[in-house]
Design a protein around this ligand. Structure first.
Ligand SMILES: Cc1cc2nc3c(=O)[nH]c(=O)nc-3n(C[C@H](O)[C@H](O)[C@H](O)COP(=O)(O)OP(=O)(O)OC[C@H]3O[C@@H](n4cnc5c(N)ncnc54)[C@H](O)[C@@H]3O)c2cc1C
Ligand SMILES: *[C@@H]1O[C@H](CO)[C@@H](O)[C@H](O)[C@H]1NC(C)=O
Ligand SMILES: *[C@@H]1O[C@H](CO)[C@@H](O)[C@H](O)[C@H]1NC(C)=O
Ligand SMILES: *[C@@H]1O[C@H](CO)[C@@H](O)[C@H](O)[C@H]1NC(C)=O
Ligand SMILES: *[C@@H]1O[C@H](CO)[C@@H](O)[C@H](O)[C@H]1NC(C)=O
Length: 530
């Protein structure tokens, strides 16, 4: 008993000591470590990297152009980063990692900065941000139809470069051009050609990766387990992805797009209801997603559904296909436009006719400043009346949004365990829920988030269950968060199995091998399992 009391005293003492002794390094201390790490090799570099003088750029949080308050979750009381490092070489990423370990601070890696909960630039413990904005070269090889893309590149930069290089190539990834490839590809990646070509992560053929020791690994040297984990498991748990090698997709020179809009009411509910079983079963060349949103007419809120479509072929083939499979939509040739694949990206961003250079704008984001999002997978068509109830609820908000993205096709042909992304066969479509607001106040946020959670509760009988699936790239901290460095694997299963189902355990084992001390961690990182 006495021994126990003594050791308890000792532990308390230790905790107190550790608490009072650890004060995070200042920016100057961190910079000093960086310069030392660069010049004399305290940490031996196994690879020969040339240093260029003054290639590092340090920025104050306030000066940074990347993390804006757009994605700031107000309830997440983040510290300011000690430093934002914008490396211009892989070697500088290594110094940043090694200094963070030495000085006991965390690392947040940021590529496009589009994380829905801001995990790439917010933290509750002392941290630095490694902003990969300066590492974004793209090398396309048309001979083997692949591209090496550095993590800091955006989808828009990638799409632009592909289109400038070839009229018949594309890449299967997301719609919004300012999304970064670093986060996006390691979390899955839904886009308009996924029914034919799969998720972005399904098209990764190699990767360059930096571990906790600053070692650079590729597919061969990292081994298949880690390579598996990076393709859908969220790379932030394991280290820093430097670049991806991806397989490009072949697309026809002419594709066809159309939108078909329907105001709220019973015929809209019927159409959306019909779409649920048609959309995921269609020809793989055909992608029809449904956007349900609000608009203001006078001072009356109106809900509408928009069927936004890409067809990998011409109008002449599309019309008979639609007449056969989805005659209820009443599609006519004059509603359709033929265009190149890159123009279809502009079309899906509501920017048809604008210069393609818009795709290079990294700040292209929502106009409304704040939002909360959630996701679901649907396995059986939702009853028609549910869309009536959704309409009613939508009328309570200025800017609610639901995007229904059809799955099936190539996505379902990959087995549940082939990559960490498990929501394959048997899923009809994904729902993304979102609500936006403009006023930066806790009260305001709580009001909208309460509304969102209530809609999510309402939907629970109609969506996937045990576990209720969620899409990692639509990150949602409501699903559960880690409680510090020693979060048990059991605790993390609460959210982990919703993103990864049975793959969560294998992810834990990979984490245990590559980062056993749990250096790379955040509110929803995978705890190590041994
Ligand atoms: C406006 C908008 C539109 C979107 N559209 C789509 C869409 O069409 N389809 C879709 O599937 N998703 C979409 N998303 C979601 C998007 O895929 C995810 O938010 C994705 O994680 C963003 O990647 P990022 O690099 O921009 O984000 P970041 O915030 O930079 O990173 C996201 C996560 O990945 C980690 N990370 C980033 N880079 C690296 C790296 N190099 N190595 C290791 N870890 C890293 C970060 O630390 C963080 O945990 C959209 C998001 C937004 C905001
Ligand atoms: C960030 O937000 C501020 C205030 O809303 C705005 O003035 C600034 O231009 C924004 N920066 C970027 C990079 O979007
Ligand atoms: C392109 O790929 C081919 C086939 O794999 C290869 O032989 C060639 O060296 C590559 N070109 C470049 C520039 O890497
Ligand atoms: C913010 O925190 C408060 C108190 O913990 C909680 O009641 C509220 O639901 C939280 N809001 C959000 C948006 O998470
Ligand atoms: C976490 O667990 C390790 C190993 O069990 C222990 O040494 C360490 O003190 C724990 N840290 C905290 C913050 O609880």
């Amino acid at each position: 008993m006495r021994e126990l009391a003594l050791s308890l005293f000792f532990i308390l003492f230790l905790v107190k000591w550790v608490k009072s002794e650890f004060s995070p390094p200042t920016r100057e201390q961190f910079q000093s470590c960086l310069s030392k790490t660069q010049s004399n090799s305290i940490f031996k570099t196994p690879i020969n990297t040339k240093r260029t003088p003054d290639s590092r750029v340090y920025t104050d949080f306030s000066e940074s152009s990347s993390p804006n308050s757009t994605f700031f979750n107000l309830n997440f009381t983040s510290l300011k980063p000690i430093l934002i490092v914008k490396p211009k070489s892989e070697c500088e990423i290594k110094s940043s990692i090694l200094c963070s370990r030495k000085l006991g601070v965390q690392v947040r890696t940021m590529s496009g900065g589009h994380d829905y909960e801001g995990l790439s630039y917010l933290s509750q413990s002392p941290f630095i941000i490694i902003d990969l904005v300066n590492l974004r070269s793209i090398n396309i090889n048309l001979t083997d139809e692949t591209a090496w893309i550095q993590s800091g590149a955006t989808l828009g930069e990638l799409y632009y470069k592909i289109a400038k290089t070839s009229k018949i190539h594309a890449f299967a990834a997301g719609i919004c051009p300012s999304v970064g490839v670093g986060g996006h590809i390691s979390g899955g990646g839904f886009g308009t050609i996924m029914r034919k070509h799969g998720l972005a992560s399904d098209n990764v053929v190699d990767a360059r990766f930096m571990d906790i020791n600053g070692r650079i690994l590729d597919r061969k040297t990292m081994g298949e387990d880690l390579f598996w984990a990076l393709r859908g498991g969220g790379a932030a748990s394991f280290g820093v992805v430097l670049s991806w090698k991806v397989k490009l997709a072949r697309v026809p020179e002419k594709v066809t797009c159309f939108i078909s809009q329907h105001p709220m009411g019973s015929s809209m509910n019927k159409l959306v209801h019909r779409w649920q079983s048609i959309g995921p079963e269609l020809d793989e060349d055909l992608f029809i997603r449904v956007i349900i949103d609000n608009s203001l007419e006078g001072n009356q809120r109106k809900v509408k559904s928009t069927f936004q479509t890409l067809f990998l072929g011409g109008i002449d083939r599309l019309i008979p296909l639609m007449n056969q499979k989805f005659p209820e939509l009443g599609l006519r040739a004059q509603d359709c436009s033929e265009m190149s694949w890159i123009e279809s990206i502009m079309f899906f961003n509501w920017r048809s006719g604008q210069p393609l250079e818009i795709l290079l704008n990294r700040d292209l984001r929502f106009e409304d400043q704040y939002f909360k999002a959630k996701s679901d997978y649907v396995q059986k068509p939702v009853p028609e009346n549910v869309f009536g109830e959704v309409t009613k609820r939508f009328l309570e908000q200025d800017t609610p949004l639901m995007i229904l993205e059809p799955l099936g096709g190539k996505i379902s042909q990959v087995s549940e365990t082939e990559s960490p992304y498990p929501h394959r066969k048997g899923n009809l479509y994904n729902i993304q829920y979102m609500v936006k607001w403009k006023v930066n106040e806790v009260e305001e946020m709580n009001k909208h988030v309460r509304w969102m959670r209530s809609l999510y509760d309402y939907m629970s009988p109609y969506v996937s269950k045990s576990p209720r699936g969620a899409y990692l790239n639509y990150r949602d901290l409501d699903l559960g968060t880690n409680k510090g460095i020693n979060t048990s694997f059991e605790d993390a299963r609460k959210w982990g199995e919703r993103y990864y189902k049975g793959n969560f355990k294998r992810l834990g084992l990979v984490k245990g091998k590559i980062d056993p001390t749990n250096f790379f961690r955040n509110e929803q990182s995978i705890p190590p399992l041994f």
